[in-house]
Design a protein around this ligand. Structure first.
Ligand code: NAG
Ligand code: NAG
Ligand code: NAG
Ligand code: NAG
Ligand code: NAG
Length: 648
């Protein structure tokens, strides 16, 4: 594997003979050295948290077969530490089992343990419980934040250390923080602290790096080491600890020279590294589906490889953001990211090879030998199913006692999710109309205080939806003492943008005309817990009302004959909600807004030969005859025709 291509191939060995297993920087020859020999990686990103565990091997094998020498992996802190000091590394969260598989398949690993990762993941990977202290300054040297980071790193990094290349493992480098230069705080003290913790827990030989966009002002805060005689001068005043810190960049394929020029500005010598070469892009609810042409992507890759650069393709396989894990961006307004993280990546959401993958493999095969075994790339999984399915109805408010088994919290004014320690999902806020309202009155919330959507019911009748950056008033009539319920939905905390302290729930007081509503009962809903325990199949609730608008559960069972194929569920005529099959939360659906019209169902969540339980929480209104379709491919509105053109 020594020095395939690039300027590094003719380089002499280092003067001093390196240790038997080493992975180092060579500032003279501008390359990496693996066991002393010039080395360049071609890598792809995969997020184990977005791929069900039974599919890990398939995806990693396909990445290996595509000619990649490495995979780049994020660790989402909040996925592993749901409550302070409570850790979860079981099942889909077994990062060590995932890393074992990469090693078994002969892939190297570039690890990005954060603590902040962005990744369009809920709160950029930071745990929501950090916000239990409302004035915490995230991603800074705030002592409360640093203490939480340090406890986490003391749990995570000892699992990583024995897997470092130097110690016989396959992890060649470890990223510190993520795109810190685009965060407003620019707190060098914080980066210095992280650097110290990483070195203390991983050893001094580990190769650490940072990743930033090519904008110079971002590299300035993101890579303040300025080693090797860099320009700047206002860095953190710490010389780059010898030969082991490296900046890297993120870019599209449009101008490779310019992109690496930015890396050279931050660090004039060392290997060229593009840590995020974008194969596609993410989708936001309510915007067009993103797609990127293969030709442009392949050309950019070829140019970078000809320069001898190291490239990681982000994403190589995007997968799915199941459950409530999808994050949001903030650009002028709150922009939640879709459940599908297909990313228009070379391996599709369901793990199928695309034309883009074959275009990339052709480029890679020009500089290194790709493994034999094409057949592995051709496997195709998704299938259309036509199970018979009849769905039972239960109004959400009728089952409040099941969903919130403890007493509701009483509070004069609304409390945030964080104040009542509810990280994700849904909370009901209930009060009574203080007076008769015979002429329509305005029920209103202060701007941007409904985080993120509020479904309003009066005497159980759905009135409409309030939105964070949209409609904040409704007209209502009723009598004194009528019950007013607002079901608040968290659509994912901001993962990227100016501020990440993104509180959820009712952040302000609701008012009726100009008088404040008070005396609330607040019901934190444990929907996932009760569904995992078999509800509502075990004890189907009785609900007289049918086909009404507003939040309701629709539940049933269906059989899958033969093989549990991967499939895509379509929601014809449904509005917005959440889907579970056999207790597994498949994520948010929102066909009314799009562009995503289907949800991916991995075959591994389905049962063969016994009934599958399906639970839909529809928030705004199901069609008169509620049915679901199981398709063999995903649908995005505006792109059905385009997806054929886009793979060109
Ligand atoms: C790429 O950027 C460099 C440096 O900014 C510039 O000189 C060059 O003309 C650009 N190339 C293209 C094809 O735009
Ligand atoms: C997708 O289709 C729905 C239903 O036709 C429409 O309301 C929505 O605006 C569309 N979204 C996009 C992003 O095109
Ligand atoms: C971000 O935080 C700053 C400082 O706390 C505050 O002034 C600003 O309003 C916040 N911006 C947003 C978009 O919330
Ligand atoms: C609601 O109004 C009360 C009284 O003015 C105030 O003390 C409280 O902070 C407000 N609550 C919120 C969440 O804005
Ligand atoms: C499915 O529903 C049955 C009752 O019909 C229940 O006994 C079982 O626990 C449920 N299974 C899951 C995985 O939810």
């Amino acid at each position: 594997s020594a020095g395939e291509g690039g300027s590094a191939s003719a380089a002499p060995l280092l003067q001093a003979s390196p240790p038997a297993r080493s992975f180092q920087l060579d500032y003279e020859e501008n390359c990496f050295r693996k066991d002393g020999v010039p080395f360049r990686y071609i890598s792809g990103s995969i997020h184990y948290a977005r791929v069900p565990r039974p599919a890990w091997r398939d995806r990693l094998l396909k990445m290996y077969m595509s000619g990649l020498s490495a995979v780049q992996v994020y660790v989402p802190w909040n996925y592993h530490e749901p409550l302070p000091g409570i850790y979860d590394f079981a099942g889909d969260r077994d990062i060590e089992a995932f890393l074992d598989l990469t090693a078994e398949l002969g892939l190297l690993v570039i690890l990005r343990p954060g603590p902040y990762i962005c990744a369009e993941w809920e709160m950029g990977g930071l745990p929501a419980w950090l916000l239990w202290k409302p004035d915490i300054v995230l991603r800074s040297s705030d002592p409360t934040y640093l203490a939480a980071v340090d406890s986490w790193l003391h749990v995570l990094l000892p699992k990583i250390k024995p897997r470092l290349y130097q110690h016989g493992g396959n992890i060649i480098s470890v990223q510190v923080e993520n795109e810190y230069g685009s965060y407003y705080a620019c707190d060098y003290e914080y980066l210095r602290h992280l650097l110290g913790s990483f070195r203390a827990l991983l050893g001094s030989e580990v190769l650490l790096f940072t990743t930033d966009s090519t904008r110079l002002e971002e590299l300035r805060c993101g890579y303040p080491y300025r080693g090797g005689g860099g320009r700047g001068g206002e860095g953190m005043g710490v010389p780059a600890p010898s030969c082991s810190n490296l900046p890297s960049i993120t870019s599209t394929g449009s101008n490779v020279t310019e992109a690496f020029g930015a890396q050279r500005w931050a660090e004039p010598r060392g290997p060229l590294v593009n840590s995020e070469y974008y194969t596609g892009w993410l989708d936001y609810w309510g915007e067009a589906h993103a797609s990127t042409r293969s030709g442009l992507l392949a050309r950019g890759l070829e140019e970078m490889l000809q320069l001898g650069a190291n490239v990681n393709m982000y994403m190589f396989h995007g997968g799915t953001t199941f459950g409530y894990w999808s994050g949001a961006d903030f650009k002028d307004q709150y922009k939640p990211v879709t459940t599908s993280y297909d990313y228009d990546a070379p391996l599709s959401e369901a793990g199928d090879s695309t034309k883009k993958l074959f275009a990339i493999r052709t480029v890679i095969s020009k500089v290194s030998a790709c493994p034999e075994g094409w057949a592995a790339l051709a496997w195709h999984c998704p299938a259309a199913l036509s199970p018979s399915l009849s769905l039972q109805y239960a109004n959400l408010l009728d089952v409040l006692d099941v969903l919130c088994p403890s007493e509701p919290i009483q509070s004069q004014f609304p409390l945030t999710f964080e104040a009542i320690k509810q990280a994700h999902g849904f909370v009901v806020y209930r009060t009574q109309l203080p007076r008769d309202v015979l002429d329509p009155a305005t029920l209103g919330a202060p701007p941007h205080s409904v985080c993120d959507r509020g479904y309003v019911m009066l005497q159980q009748e759905y009135q409409g939806t309030l939105e964070r950056d949209g409609q904040t008033t409704l007209h209502v009539t009723g009598k004194a003492g009528d019950t007013l319920d607002v079901l608040l939905e968290n659509m994912g905390r901001i993962s990227f943008g100016a501020n990440t302290s993104d509180f959820k729930g009712l952040l302000g007081n609701l008012s009726l005309d100009s008088s404040l509503l008070s005396n609330w009962l607040i019901y934190p809903l444990a929907i996932d817990t009760v569904i995992q325990q078999g509800w509502p199949h075990a004890a189907l609730p009785k609900s007289s009302s049918r086909g009404r608008e507003g939040p309701a559960f629709y539940t049933g069972t269906f059989e899958t004959p033969g093989i549990a194929w991967d499939t895509f569920v379509k929601f014809p005529g449904w509005s917005k909600g959440q889907l579970w099959i056999n207790g597994f939360n498949l994520g948010r659906y929102w066909p009314r807004r799009g562009p995503q019209q289907t949800l991916f169902v991995p075959g591994s969540v389905l049962h063969v030969g016994r009934p599958n339980n399906i639970t839909v929480l529809e928030l705004e209104g199901a069609p008169p005859t509620p049915l679901l379709l199981f398709l063999d491919q995903p649908l995005f509105n505006r792109t059905l025709s385009r997806s054929t053109a886009a793979t060109e």
